[in-house]
Design a protein around this ligand. Structure first.
Ligand code: PGA
Length: 265
């Protein structure tokens, strides 16, 4: 019995090395404050997997000073499609890099819907990010009506083809499948549910096929899921082999629920 235990202890670190590592991205949207964000980070447990926080621009500078020890990575929530110049209110990829961002969200449905971001702008943003070696997290997904009309596959194909048109996969790119009907926007939509595991598997398989048509090599592209990921469903979702990570909105705003999701893998 004792021998068995010590064998397990010996093998475990090596087993972990061979487990595919997953990424957990907290999308804080326009919530919290710099002060709260620092308290938050202090209470986050360490993870074997990659943990990323997509924080508002004004938090990035302070947060980057406190994240190194915990190996938490920072992400921007948006970026300009231009490199520099007279674009009042925009933040460039170079500026995100200076603030220590490793990742950046692009084309989140809230930006597509509320700020009318187009696929060609999103394409420009991805190009800027890759130029500065920041990993884009491209969000794609259908709305409720499109789903009802069975248009999910064609919506995904169109978004991916346009957003990634002419892009060379020089670094890692993440594609977040975020069905709009499953995104619960924190205060509202308390009754929303994540997509079913079958829906997630089939959309992820579809995205993989589309990417294989678009690119010769898709090794550097990860496909992750977002839309009402919570401590209750994260383990099931993260353990799907098709899912290489999760993008978490509402449930990433409280330390206990984010910690529970980190523990889920
Ligand atoms: P949610 O948000 O987890 O609150 O559904 C996800 C997202 O919008 O990225």
């Amino acid at each position: 019995m004792r021998k068995q235990k010590s064998l397990k202890k010996l093998l475990w670190p090596n087993l972990i090395k061979f487990m595919p590592s997953k990424v957990i991205i907290a999308n804080w949207k326009m919530n919290l404050s710099v002060k709260k964000s620092l308290e938050f980070v202090r209470k986050i447990i360490k993870s074997q997997n990659e943990l990323v926080i997509a924080a508002p621009f004004t938090f990035l500078c302070e947060m980057s000073k406190h994240l190194k020890k915990k190996k938490i990575k920072l992400a921007g929530q948006n970026v300009s499609q231009f490199s520099e110049g007279a674009y009042t209110g925009d933040v460039s990829a170079k500026m995100l890099k200076e603030e220590g961002c490793t990742y950046c969200l692009v084309g989140h449905s809230e930006r597509r819907i509320y700020f009318k971001e187009t696929d060609s702008e999103i394409n420009g943003k991805i190009r800027q990010l890759l130029k500065y070696e920041i990993k884009p997290i491209l969000c794609v997904g259908e709305n409720y009506l499109q789903r009802k009309r069975k248009l999910t596959n064609s919506v995904l194909a169109k978004q991916l083809a346009k957003d990634l048109q002419g892009i060379k996969v020089s670094g890692e790119i993440l594609i977040a499948y975020e069905p709009i009907w499953a995104i619960s926007t924190f205060q509202e939509n308390k009754n929303k549910k994540a997509a079913s595991l079958e829906d997630i598997i089939s959309a992820h398989q579809r995205i993989k096929k589309i990417l294989q048509k678009l690119f010769k090599n898709t090794k550097k592209i990860k496909i992750i899921y977002g839309g009402t990921v919570t401590p209750l469903n994260s383990s099931q979702i993260l353990n799907l082999k098709e899912v290489e990570g999760v993008l978490v909105g509402g449930a990433s705003l409280k330390v206990p629920s984010l910690n529970a999701i980190i523990k889920a893998i």
